[in-house]
Design a protein around this ligand. Structure first.
Ligand SMILES: C[S@@+](CC[C@H](N)C(=O)[O-])C[C@H]1O[C@@H](n2cnc3c(N)ncnc32)[C@H](O)[C@@H]1O
Ligand code: SF4
Ligand code: SF4
Length: 393
């Protein structure tokens, strides 16, 4: 996960909450939870990593258990909770969970397919204090509706986005980047701007759930570099012109961060603060305060690896589970990532290493850096793990 504007330019809609998350990670506290609160869904997307369908899982957490967990999150001063699914709004006590989370002063983002959002729902979300709704678009109408398996979906999503913006709720647009969606990615970026979304989340295809054998459907490292160059150019242009610009968030492609950092060093930007922040919360946030909980209470270091479980929340406390996940950062990384000068700011995608080798501390097989990529002495020195705060320049 990498928010380009807030990470490199300390501006953008998520700067404040990111600072809180980094601070929590620095103090050895949970920084961010992604909670797939149900596996039930009214869509049937081809690529769904949760393999969500019309049925909730038989061992789904009870309503009482969900409220107890949220109270524990509040006691641990969790800054940020993503309520995801399946379709989170299909969980019968969704509103109760949301209300309790806000009571605990936890900032909540809802990751939803938006098909259940009408004006009344949007007003309710606003009044409860939801800053952001993250919803998915994949391409033009026919393509989108075929991918999600339900005709008419795209029209409903776009209508929901317009209503949310009219009611003052922030919108993030997400897409899974694959060979299928690649022809539409630049149009989606433009559409996000036209729809007044604050953020676009572009996530590399994860090979689990209904995408389990999907390695061949990933775009190439060269295509990721092309996309990164576009994102940097667009961000710099809008910053320079002072116009409102989109925040880009990159998922499951942590090498995007050293790639952009090198470009900015070359352009003369001072990245001292960025690098210090990255050494606390690396581009891949596994072991740095991120926790995933699934609908049955399974605890995972990352939502994209549902079979890399470290236990069940029913058998432990939220705080203990978080402490156990933080221990992961002490396990040495091997392979190409283990030898890489950018390891301490990038960390490689631990989930992709897990899927590729069954070893989460192995190498990320999708590094977007070209083998000939020029590593500057300056960035390599700043990315080393030895610097005391303020000494990286
Ligand atoms: C699992 S869904 C849950 C929330 C909601 N139902 C939705 O679709 O927005 C969360 C996000 O994960 C993305 N996603 C699902 N499977 C994926 C995969 N295999 N690789 C990358 N992203 C994926 C979806 O596109 C969606 O944006
Ligand atoms: S990606 Fe979201 S909307 Fe699509 S099937 Fe999975 S949970 Fe449902
Ligand atoms: S080799 Fe690994 S740690 Fe180095 S940039 Fe690539 S993904 Fe990141």
């Amino acid at each position: 996960m990498a928010h380009v504007r807030s990470l490199f330019f300390k501006q953008g809609p998520l700067t404040e909450i990111e600072n809180k998350a980094v601070q929590a990670s620095k103090l050895g506290r949970p920084s961010e939870v992604i909670w797939n609160i149900t596996n039930r869904c009214n869509l049937l997307c081809d690529h769904c990593y949760m393999a969500a369908d019309a049925n909730a899982k038989p061992e789904q957490l009870t309503d009482e258990e969900t409220i107890d967990i949220i109270r524990q999150m509040g006691e641990s001063k969790l800054p940020l909770l993503f309520m995801s699914g399946g379709e989170p709004m299909m969980r019968p006590n969704f509103w109760e969970m949301l209300t309790e989370a806000r009571k605990q002063d936890i900032r909540v983002t809802i990751s939803t397919n938006a098909t259940l959002i009408d004006r009344e729902t949007a007003k309710r979300l606003k009044s409860i204090g939801i800053g952001y709704i993250a919803t998915s678009l994949y391409g033009p109408e026919e393509f989108h509706d075929a991918l999600v398996g339900v005709p008419g979906t795209r029209k409903r999503v776009v209508e929901a986005i317009k209503i949310l913006r009219e009611e003052g709720v922030g919108v993030a647009i997400k897409t899974a980047v694959s060979k299928d969606t690649w022809p539409h990615v630049y149009d989606l970026i433009q559409e996000a701007k036209d729809l007044d979304a604050g953020l676009i989340y572009l996530c590399d295809l994860i090979t689990s759930g209904r995408s389990e054998q999907g390695e061949d459907n990933r775009i190439s490292a060269a295509q990721w570099r092309e996309l990164a160059d576009f994102i940097l150019k667009d961000t710099l242009e809008t910053i320079e012109s002072g116009e409102k610009s989109l925040e880009y968030d990159i998922g499951a492609m942590p090498s995007f961060v050293p790639y952009i950092a090198e470009k900015l060093v070359e352009l003369g930007y001072d990245l001292t603060d960025t690098l210090e922040r990255l050494k606390i919360m690396t581009a891949c946030p596994v072991g740095k305060g991120l926790m995933n909980i699934n609908s049955e209470g399974g605890i995972m270091p990352c939502q994209f690896a549902q079979d890399w479980t470290i236990g069940n929340i029913r058998d432990t406390t939220f705080r203990q589970a978080s402490d156990n996940l933080l221990e992961l950062r002490h396990t040495p990384v091997t392979g190409k990532c283990g030898e890489c000068e950018y390891l301490h700011i990038c960390y490689g995608c631990r989930t992709k290493a897990w899927h590729a080798e069954g070893n989460p501390m192995g190498e990320d097989p999708t590094c977007m850096l070209d083998p000939e990529f020029q590593r500057s002495e300056r960035l390599v020195r700043m990315a080393a793990p030895c610097c005391a705060p303020g000494a990286c320049s």
